[in-house]
Design a protein around this ligand. Structure first.
Ligand code: FRU
Length: 550
């Protein structure tokens, strides 16, 4: 089969062909980072799923190994779905994954490496005492999946969370084990929430409230932590998380109530990003997030291209030291090793309607960091807090071309010079009328990204080109706000205010491709905005991006 390369990423994780979805079982072990992922061995749509497996020494260059887990036993003959890895002292890494049995029931299984001393972890054994958990009569056998990395508590038990639902209530069941073989369901779920639907790919982990450089291992039980519970909602295909407190003795997690527990909750990423999973990196003491960026092209075009989906650049996860009310994310430092040609811009005023081109790099394959200074907020549009504006609605109405007071300003990525096609990533600063504090909107608007026509009215025949948006919790006291975008042909990952708000978008321009793509900074607000600094790099292709799953 032929693969169309026009929009394939250069430095994102992507196998040479076929469909991928969730990242599974990320791990650092004996000098290697491991990434497993849901992979269709036969085509560019979902189906025939196995755990494909790649390893890396630096999270940038990857080598493909043989598939780790694939349907072969009665307890997974109809599917080997998502799961995680736990490093169990004395045993080595153990996979927990969801198997689909002959009756299409979802059950939880485990697998162990044939040789734990092999740093590649090439061969996996699925012992015959599987499964380790099956749905009982009170539970939903077609919505019971995606076990998390287990943690160990002082009471001598391992615990894992499995996503589920009861009617419209999303649920995370807790299972306990002493030996990592016999698992018993706890009396109560760790948490549940009405009308959120099925909780896919839950993730549960601590973040430090005192150390803003290092991540925490799952077993951390000290006082200086908050816990994070993230769930992926299959009804909307987006995720939300809460911060809260974990009570190990009660098997309960209680959100702290500072952000909504539900649809309007905080998100790791406000764009095309799903089924994410973190792991603790023992090598560098950091918690790293992987996430799947789904397609936005039509299904027919996915098939004709021969591939679909990619994994985002791994991101470090920390509690936001400025407000301690949310997380912050940043691309792993290793990705900077791919930076090559470099341009810089300093202290440039951008007046209303102005657009400056960033020249001297490859705009379709780039890393851009820019710090704006907005000066005074006098001209900022009023933001009436009594009205519950959704960031998305604001972005939809006030796109990058609607003149504002302070903003819209930001980057225009993957653009043709006449802006027939462009993907703008920008801020718009409002002033909260009750507090006089700034209210900052960040958008990544895919609507003008492509001239390509939909193929028909059905969802699968339409391009997915929405505006994506989130608020950014900054006070702008020094007038500064930063933006970083990683641009890679059909993916734009953007980090507002050093990772307080992140938006990933998948776009399919037909003209703004390869050498014909351009990059600009722009301002469409009446207030002049200063580019204090702009650093932009061309990005190299990793020497080894041989994720050659077959
Ligand atoms: C999330 C998901 C998981 C499931 C897997 C199957 O994208 O639906 O819930 O385990 O994908 O591929």
């Amino acid at each position: 089969e032929s693969v169309n390369h026009l929009h394939r990423s250069a430095f994102h994780f992507q196998p040479p062909k076929h469909w991928i979805n969730d990242p599974n079982g990320p791990l650092y072990y004996k000098g290697f980072y491991h990434l497993f992922y849901q992979y269709n061995t036969k085509g560019a749509v979902w189906g025939n799923i196995v755990w494909a497996h790649s390893v890396s020494k630096d999270l940038v260059n990857w080598e493909a190994l043989e598939h780790a887990i694939y349907p072969s036993k009665w307890f997974d003959i109809k599917g080997t779905w998502s799961g995680s890895i736990t490093l169990v002292p004395g045993k080595g890494p153990v996979i927990l994954y969801t198997g689909i049995n002959q009756n299409e029931t979802q059950i939880q299984n485990y697998a162990i490496p044939e040789d734990p001393s092999d740093p590649y972890l090439r061969k996996w054994i699925k012992p015959d005492d599987n499964p380790v958990a099956v749905p009982d009569y009170t539970m939903n056998g077609s919505d019971f999946r995606d076990p998390t990395t287990a943690w160990f508590s002082k009471d001598g038990h391992w615990r894992t969370v499995v996503g589920s639902r009861r009617k419209h209530r999303g649920i995370g069941y807790i299972y306990r084990s002493k030996d990592f073989k016999h698992w018993v369901k706890a009396k109560h779920p760790i948490h549940s929430k009405e009308s959120t639907g099925m909780w896919e790919c839950p993730d549960f982990f601590p973040v430090s409230t005192t150390d803003f450089e290092n991540g925490l291992d799952l077993d951390y039980a000290g006082p200086n932590a908050k816990h994070v519970l993230k769930v992926s909602l299959d009804m909307t295909r987006y995720e939300y998380y809460t911060l809260g407190k974990y009570y190990p003795n009660k098997d309960r997690y209680v959100p702290n109530g500072e952000s909504p527990d539900g649809w309007d909750g905080l998100r790791f990423d406000y764009g095309n990003f799903y089924a994410s999973k973190t792991f603790f990196d023992y090598k560098k003491n950091r918690r790293i997030l992987w996430g799947w960026a789904n397609e936005s092209d039509t299904v027919e075009d996915d098939i004709s291209k021969g591939w679909a989906g990619l994994q985002v650049i791994p991101r470090t996860v920390l509690l936001d030291s400025t407000n301690k009310k949310q997380l912050v994310f940043w691309p792993i430092e290793e990705i900077e090793s791919l930076r090559s040609s470099y341009v810089r811009m300093n202290n440039k005023d951008i007046k209303m309607g102005q657009r400056l081109e960033v020249k001297g790099i490859t705009p379709a394959q780039a890393d851009v960091e820019v710090t704006f200074n907005v000066g005074s907020l006098e001209k900022a549009e009023p933001f009436d807090p009594s009205y519950t504006y959704k960031p998305l609605d604001l972005c939809r109405v006030k796109g990058s071309n609607v003149t504002g007071g302070v903003g819209p300003f930001g980057l225009i990525t993957l653009a043709t010079p006449d802006l027939e096609e462009y993907t703008p990533v920008f801020f718009r600063v409002f002033k909260d009328t009750s507090t006089n504090k700034p209210k900052v909107l960040m958008c990544s608007d895919a609507r003008p990204s492509s001239l390509k026509q939909d193929r028909g009215p059905l969802k699968q025949d339409r391009m997915y080109k929405p505006p994506f948006a989130g608020f950014v919790d900054v006070d702008l006291t020094d007038g500064r706000i930063s933006l970083r975008s990683l641009i890679d042909h059909s993916v734009v990952e953007s980090f507002g205010a050093l990772g307080k708000t992140v938006i990933t978008s998948r776009v399919y321009p037909i003209k703004a491709v390869k050498e014909n793509a351009h990059l600009y900074v722009f301002n469409n607000g009446t207030q002049t905005v200063n580019v204090e600094s702009l650093d932009a790099w061309s990005m190299e292709r990793p020497l080894q991006m041989n994720n050659g799953a077959t």
